[in-house]
Design a protein around this ligand. Sequence first.
Ligand SMILES: *[C@@H]1O[C@H](CO)[C@@H](O)[C@H](O)[C@H]1NC(C)=O
Length: 368
Amino acid sequence: MQYRMVLGVAASLALGANAAPNPKITPAPAAAKKLALRDSVPASSGSSALSAPKTIAAGEAFDGGMFVYDRGVSCEGQSEGGDSDAVFQIENGGTLSNVIIGPNQMEGVHCQGACTLENVWWSAVCEDAFTIKSQEAGETTYIKGGGAFGADDKVLQHNGGGTLSVSDFTVETFGKLYRSCGNCKTMYERHVIMSGITATSGKQLAGINTNYGDTATFTNIAVSGVDDICVKYTGTDDNSQEPTENGSGADGTYCIYSESDISGDTSGSGSGSGSSAAASSSAKKTTSSGAAKSTSAKSSDDEEATSTSSSKKTSTAKSSSAKATATSSSTKKSSSSSTKTSSSSKATKDSDSDAKVEDRAFAGWFRW
Ligand SMILES: *[C@@H]1O[C@H](CO)[C@@H](O)[C@H](O)[C@H]1NC(C)=O
């Protein structure tokens, strides 16, 4: 206890350096304290629940010393989200390093452009892990190292313009590792560069809007149980609409990679064909048959925001509030995991980071 308090004070002082207003740091709730990290998340030095988002000022850097940071609020059941729900808010040009974003939070990390994240881990993604809220066309945000686990839907959300470069990143149990906002009110040309990615049990590494000129470039990618490397959408700036899917796979223009850039299989949990990744332009699951698919799968590209592939989630998965928007989750993917639970009918929007995912079932998801 004493040790924890000392660490907490130290962290508080460190945090205070560039926080305005200075967030109060309180001991993390019991649940968070007991959070035993999954094998792949580094050991933590302690934990802190922030009473307000920790802001990293423009051009400043914050080294979290491998503390677990969260907000002391449960992901589930939260109906409102926004900047005030973030754990870290990085202003333009800021750097965040060596932190673990804990499970008791909603919005993860927000970035206002040209951010750098080094060795940042998300032990349990809530609505999404990281969002580029704004960014100029010529700017690049870097995510170097780190990883994210347990995302029902999106991990890295790109709402501003410019480029996101992700390298040496691990992701496990996720919907989309990256999504260029499909229906933000202001749309931009966006680019993502992925290099050195290890991805397990997910749907898409990247979803991009080709009608806005997005590109996704992949090198040195290892996948296991991932449906698609790169999915193309027709985005819209009408937030009441959902983007429509328009093909997937390498094309040399929008989805840029070759077979040698991808190792492993892209069979995913439900899409069946275990063919080589780059060849995924085949009939597999998509667009060639796109018209048919959209009937039950609805137009959103997030129709399966609920937990498909995660066999790790326990059967306690409750299907609480179906607050969200669109139609029911599709049937397209009957997960191989036998215990697939009562998925709710919720679905989230693709778009902004403010769309909420409420169906959470992390109880039992961690090792204690
Ligand atoms: C769908 O993709 C094709 C081939 O890339 C492209 O020519 C077409 O414009 C796209 N359709 C829409 C609606 O974006």
